[in-house]
Design a protein around this ligand. Structure first.
Ligand code: MN
Ligand code: MN
Length: 476
């Protein structure tokens, strides 16, 4: 008879004492794998439908209405289980499922942003040079300019015409659409440019969209190519050059989301910061039926430029929504806030072995290790971070473990290498306990960002677990 091999004392103590995270794929069940694949197909469709904040809002409302959500207006009677949403100026949206417990016991908030780095058109963008027509852009958010040249771009947004009417513009997204592009310099003539730093090689004023090359026929005047472009825009959208002054038009990558890798384990697409998390929060909220605590999903605009403005996370629009909701139960907003928790859902920097020198291997996010929790963001000495409490981290950790969610605890990169922030600080300022959580991303802020399917799915499961749990919230 063979003797069963006993674990040595050292092996037993190792198991009991050491923290050794396991690879996500070594923990994923077959059922979870099937659900993960279906989830990621839906997520890719969301990415293609929403390449701007306006696009994301429209798609979120479409999905929510299909699940029985209705617009929440002030003074409306609200009951537990009700599914509500409110759009803020077409650029941000907040959705809620009313809990069975009163709002005085707090709400569970998932907050993500739906704006992404891109190239906005300048107010007076169209010009002609050397018989080529261009649109001048002003970049939005933290882009690395050299990544935006020689790549196909679509033009999306709205124009408000002189008479006050609004026209939607979307060129470059459809399979037969023409696209736009920004020229780069040929290597044969790049001797001087090659000596410049990455940040200086492509100046912001060079980010001009190539828009046309065919002159207006039978005409002796100047700028015939520009005139021909304006004629096409007028035919299709009824706009004239002056209408650019009251427009929000933006150039975004034209290609759709796709799988990355022979094993198809990753997703490549524009705008995954932060739509990977926005979709996770949205899908988690849409899946709820009668949670105990009121669940709220906030999809904010303007995070990439500091959460400013009327549609950003600093705007009182969120407080107005929450206050209106509290009024239906005669609960003071401040009493709700101080008992609430928020998961600030934003992407993390995935460890990239090609740039190993900027990461701190023991504390950075890794692809396929699940949703990344981040106690603090910020720069240098945690400047700008809200720094979640150990109590909140402990609570979230317990809830995720009980729900079988694969998660990891992370920082951005090496302490002195740089830094970043999220909407977490603005939620914490409202007296809401807030923790950062999200999907690790490779090539963050590039026109083509990469995530792992497992991490996207685990972020969804993580937010859902927090929305659903009946575990009492940590004491304030
Ligand atoms: Mn982000
Ligand atoms: Mn970002």
């Amino acid at each position: 008879m063979e003797e069963k091999k006993q674990k040595t004392h050292g092996e037993q103590r190792r198991e009991a004492l050491l923290y050794r995270p396991k690879h996500g794929y070594d923990r994923l069940s077959a059922r979870e794998e099937t659900e993960m694949q279906a989830y990621c197909e839906d997520y890719k469709m969301f990415l293609d439908a929403g390449k701007t904040e306006r696009g994301c809002v429209a798609e979120a409302v479409r999905l929510a209405e299909a699940r029985g959500f209705r617009p929440f207006t002030r003074g409306m009677t609200v009951a537990p289980g009700d599914k509500l949403y409110r759009v803020n100026r077409g650029k941000s949206v907040v959705l809620a499922v009313v809990g069975t417990a009163p709002l005085s016991t707090g709400a569970v908030i998932g907050a993500a942003h739906i704006d992404a780095p891109r190239l906005d058109l300048k107010p007076s963008p169209l010009y002609e040079d050397a018989e080529l027509a261009f649109l001048k852009t002003h970049y939005y958010g933290g882009i690395r300019k050299y990544q935006w040249v020689a790549t196909p771009l679509a033009l999306q947004g709205i124009v408000v015409r002189k008479d006050g009417s609004t026209v939607q513009i979307s060129i470059g997204g459809g399979p037969d659409d023409p696209v736009f592009t920004i020229d780069d310099l040929l290597p044969h003539l790049a001797t001087d440019q090659n000596k410049k730093s990455l940040s200086e090689a492509i100046p912001g004023e060079n980010l001009n969209l190539l828009t046309g090359s065919r002159p207006f026929p039978d005409d002796e005047g100047s700028d015939r190519v520009k005139l021909a472009v304006l004629e096409l825009l007028h035919e299709k959208y009824g706009i004239v050059e002056e209408d650019f002054l009251s427009a929000e038009l933006t150039a975004v990558p034209s290609y759709p989301a796709c799988d990355v890798g022979l094993d198809r384990s990753m997703i490549g697409a524009y705008g995954q910061d932060d739509r990977a998390c926005a979709y996770a929060c949205l899908a988690a909220l849409l899946s709820l039926e009668g949670p105990e605590r009121t669940a709220v999903c906030m999809l904010a605009d303007k995070e990439e430029i500091g959460s400013e403005g009327v549609s950003g996370m600093k705007s009182a629009a969120f407080d107005t929504f929450m206050s209106d909701l509290c009024d239906t139960q005669r609960v003071a907003l401040k009493a709700c806030y101080e008992r609430s928790i928020c998961l600030s859902c934003d992407v993390a920097a995935a460890y990239d072995p090609n740039f190993a020198e900027v990461y701190e291997k023991r504390n950075c996010a890794r692809m396929n290790y699940g949703v990344s929790l981040c106690k603090y963001t910020g720069a240098r000495g945690k400047a700008g971070a809200s720094d979640a409490s150990a109590e909140l981290v402990g609570y979230v950790r317990r809830v995720l473990d009980q729900a079988g969610v694969i998660w990891q605890m992370t920082e951005l990169g090496k302490v002195d290498q740089g830094g970043g922030g999220t909407v977490a600080a603005y939620m914490a300022e409202r007296d809401i306990d807030t923790l950062d959580a999200g999907v690790p991303v490779l090539s963050m802020h590039a026109p083509f960002e990469t995530t792992s399917k497992l991490d996207c799915y685990m972020t969804y499961l993580g937010v859902r677990a927090l929305y659903q749990t009946a575990q009492p919230l940590p004491p304030v």
